[in-house]
Design a protein around this ligand. Structure first.
Ligand code: NAD
Ligand code: UDP
Length: 311
């Protein structure tokens, strides 16, 4: 059955992949974005589809539309962008969540929140299961994002308990792939763009910090599966690839796959940068019957091809 679906942050990296997939599955999609970090070019190829609609709007302002489902992705995700205007980042997460939950309550839509592994902060439990409460500095430079997302989770849970709103919370771990902005500032796009342009590859700190990188197609599969779970299941659920790498290993992989002559340089580690991160995906395997299919090398090859075509 064709569903009407709102995707906030739909012109961003993940949102644009999601809009495309939902349209391909036969749905009607409204893509809402204020273009802070997203771009029209990410969705321009969808414009001629009569079931696709592009709306310029800021989620910190109320919005009304009639849809069956809402995917709430609006929020800058790269540290340099979410720290550019931290107050706005908090407003986007918190007021954005209130506006989308209020809308979902009024129109009786199901609503999914794009939460993040950042709710675990610099984790002292490894790997991170959903039951871990996290280790976040509430007044640090990352707090506008981390605490904003934590507050949004709390709002979602309380709208569910108090007003019976149908909610789903996905905790997304580091995701990469085609359509990341070349100047997004996150590590995978930085390293690939630097390698392709023959620039120095910038490792922050000693490069021993770890992340677990998931290819975008795997994430979109998990996100849609979560939206389609039975009403009793709200999450939060981790969706990420448990293969863990140091930033030095990532840099070496990118150098090998691009064949670049770029050299690695070391720059200071930003404040509160988590030392390790790896999802425990036991719950996703059980409830969503989901696990990632694309390993780092395959995903990097596809992403390198994309960046070759745009820079
Ligand atoms: P992105 O920056 O490419 O996309 C975010 C989109 O939201 C952009 O199009 C931006 O213009 C839009 N936006 C920002 N503020 C807005 C506002 N106030 N009103 C309307 N639109 C607004 O980032 P992304 O990687 O696509 O992330 C999408 C979502 O997934 C975010 O909520 C992010 O927190 C979450 N997430 C992403 C990752 C990841 O690794 N990519 C990891 C964890 C969580
Ligand atoms: N990083 C790096 N060089 C870069 C960009 C990032 O070494 O050019 C590091 C960063 O310090 C962090 C990791 O890579 O330890 C992942 O950073 P990203 O911003 O991609 O995501 P997050 O820190 O939010 O997980």
């Amino acid at each position: 059955m064709k569903k009407k679906i709102l995707v906030t942050g739909g012109a961003g990296f993940l949102g644009s992949h999601l809009c495309e997939r939902l349209l391909n599955e036969g749905n009607e999609v409204a893509c809402l974005d204020n273009y802070f970090t997203g771009q029209k070019r990410n969705v321009i190829h969808l414009i001629d589809n009569p079931y696709f609609e592009l709306i310029r709007h800021d989620v910190t302002m109320p919005f009304f539309i009639e849809v069956d489902e809402i995917y709430n992705l609006a929020c800058p995700a790269s540290p340099i962008h979410y720290q550019y205007n931290p107050i706005k980042t908090i407003k986007t997460s918190v007021s954005g969540a209130i506006n989308m939950l209020g809308l979902a309550k009024r129109i009786k839509a199901k609503v999914l929140q794009a939460s993040t592994s950042e709710v675990y902060g610099d984790p002292e439990v490894h790997p991170q299961p959903e039951s871990y409460w996290g280790h976040v500095n509430p007044i640090g430079t990352r707090a506008c994002y981390d605490e904003g997302k934590r507050c949004a989770e709390s709002l979602f849970v309380n709208y569910h308990k108090q007003n019976n709103v149908r909610i789903k919370i996905i905790r997304i771990f580091n995701t990469y792939g085609p359509k990341m902005h070349p100047h997004d500032g996150r590590v995978v796009s930085n390293f690939i763009v630097q390698a392709l342009e023959g620039e120095d590859i910038t490792i922050y700190g000693d490069g021993k910090q770890t992340r677990s990188f998931q290819y975008v197609d795997d994430l979109i599969d998990g996100m849609i599966k979560l939206m389609n779970t039975g009403e009793d299941f709200t999450g939060p659920v981790n969706v990420g690839n448990p293969d863990e790498f140091t930033m030095l290993e990532l840099a070496q992989k990118v150098i090998e796959l691009t064949g670049t002559k770029s050299k690695i340089v070391y720059q200071p580690l930003p404040a509160d940068d988590p030392m390790q991160r790896k999802p425990d995906i036991t719950l996703a395997k059980k409830v969503l019957n989901w696990e990632p299919k694309i390993n780092l090398e395959e995903g990097l090859i596809k992403t390198i091809e994309y960046f070759k075509s745009v820079i």
